[in-house]
Every structure is written in C-alpha cells, then in structure tokens.
Design a protein around this ligand. Structure first.
Ligand SMILES: NC(=O)c1ccc[n+]([C@@H]2O[C@H](COP(=O)([O-])OP(=O)(O)OC[C@H]3O[C@@H](n4cnc5c(N)ncnc54)[C@H](OP(=O)(O)O)[C@@H]3O)[C@@H](O)[C@H]2O)c1
Length: 221
C-alpha cells in the first residue's frame, strides 16, 4: 500500500513521509512543482538509507499513485483549493486531513471556518461518499523529523466513517504511537483547536520544553 502526502514538501509532510517510509509504507509527496517534490524525496531517501521508498510528483499524479489514503498537509489558506483540484480523483480513497486552521499571522490562535473545522469543511466539500478522517493535528513537525526519537505523544482521530477511521488508526499505529477514535468529524473542532495552545506553550519562555504533544493518561496503567 502506498500513501500520498499533498503539501508533502513542507516540514510536517516531510516528517510524516520519513516516518511512514521507515515503517514500510511507500510515500508519494505531492507538490505544485513535481521537480521540487522529487528533489525533496531524493533528500529524504538519503536520510532514510533504507525502508520503503519516497517519490515526488505533481499533486494530481500523487493522488493517482496512492492506493487508498491521501494525506492533506497544506496550509489552511490552500485547503479548499487543493481539494477542489483533486476531488475527482478521490472516489475509492480516504482523505486524511491534518490541516489546522491557524489564524493568519498568529499561530497561537485558530480561525475556525464556517463549517466548524477544516475536517468538516473537507467533508462538506467532498461529499459523504468520500470519507474524510481528521488526524495528526497535534504532532509537531520537529518531533516527526527527529527520527532518532520516538514520537512523544498520542494521536486523536475523528471522522464520520468508522471503517475509514479504523484504517487510518491502523496506519498511524505503524509509527509506534497510540491512536484513538475521538468520535465524529464535529470533534475536529476541539482537536484542531488544541494545536495553537501547544504552539503557545512551545514558544513560551516560561515553560521548560518545546515540541509538546498531547497524551491520553490512563490512571494506574
Ligand atoms: N508544522 C507543524 O508542526 C504542524 C503540526 C501539526 C499540523 N500541521 C499542519 O500541517 C499542514 C502542513 O504544515 P507545514 O508546516 O508543513 O506547512 P507549510 O510548510 O506551510 O506548507 C506545506 C506545503 O504546502 C504547499 N503550499 C504552501 N502554500 C501553499 C499555497 N498557498 N497553495 C498551495 N500549496 C501551498 C507547499 O508545497 P509546494 O510548494 O511543494 O506545493 C508547502 O511545502 C498545515 O495545515 C499545518 O496546520 C503542521
């Protein structure tokens, strides 16, 4: 099985590509510029030195190359336009939306869309026949790209299609992280909104850490 990561040339997409390829899933980076995507894929393959391969293609070619799952990892400003550009290629595939609608010019705030969240906006735009699953919003790119460190957090997964969510949870568990079914797409309003709080903490000089994530704590476990 191979996955596509649209916007995979950015730090979040690169980190996910490294992690998934290392876990054995081939990755196709999707970019507005196919040559840029292939150049970054070549760099990542050198960094990996093994594992499943990473390749780079133009956005639509990357979607076509993905067997079943496509990750959307572009800035929120490009969310709807990117989906519009590939929607005809999505039937039969799951769209994994990791986009956080950060406020323009202030990553310590969200500016939620009228649909409620980016995940709900994607589901409304694509229609119920294409399952949209929200995930990976609270994992930092710095964490993903530090391959010599385990991912230090859990992942909340939401969406309206249970079977699609279960497939995405299985995919994410390849990365040795706990991934939980966090309910329907409407819950993306809460999950996406956690990220600017993490960013606020991470850049605060008053806390002794950076790149924080969230962890579901099981008392007594
Ligand atoms: N960075 C993090 O720590 C983090 C954590 C959690 C969630 N996220 C979410 O993950 C997504 C990606 O984050 P990122 O930091 O990797 O983003 P980014 O670097 O700003 O953008 C990722 C890629 O999207 C494409 N892109 C940028 N602007 C675009 C535009 N106006 N129109 C179309 N494509 C555009 C670019 O690829 P091409 O030029 O190659 O097309 C870029 O390399 C965001 O939605 C973010 O909220 C990020």
């Amino acid at each position: 099985m191979s996955i596509a990561i649209l916007g995979g040339t950015g730090p979040q997409g690169r980190g996910l590509a490294l992690r998934f390829a290392r876990a054995g899933t081939p990755v196709v980076l999707g970019s507005r510029d196919a040559a840029r995507a292939q150049g970054i894929a070549d760099e990542l393959n050198v960094q990996l030195d093994g594992g499943a391969g990473i390749s780079g293609k133009a956005l639509r070619d990357a979607v076509a190359a993905a067997d079943e799952m496509v990750i959307l990892a572009v800035p929120y400003a490009a969310h709807d336009a990117t989906l519009e550009a590939i929607r005809d290629l999505l039937p039969g595939k799951i769209l994994i939306d990791i986009v956080v609608p950060l406020a323009d010019g202030d990553p310590k705030k969200v500016d939620m869309p009228d649909a409620g969240s980016a995940t709900e906006a994607a589901q409304a735009l694509l229609g119920e026949a294409i399952p949209v699953v929200g995930a990976l919003h609270n994992v930092s790119a710095a964490t993903l790209n530090q391959l010599d460190h385990p991912i230090n957090c859990d992942v909340l997964v939401c969406g309206n299609d249970l079977a699609a969510k279960e497939k995405v949870i299985e995919l994410i568990r390849q990365l040795d992280v706990a991934a939980y079914n966090a309910g329907p797409a409407v819950n993306a309003r809460c999950i996406e909104a956690i990220t600017p709080i993490l960013i606020r903490l991470n850049i605060s000089k008053k806390v002794p850490f950076t790149h924080a994530g969230i962890r579901i704590w099981a008392p007594g476990a």
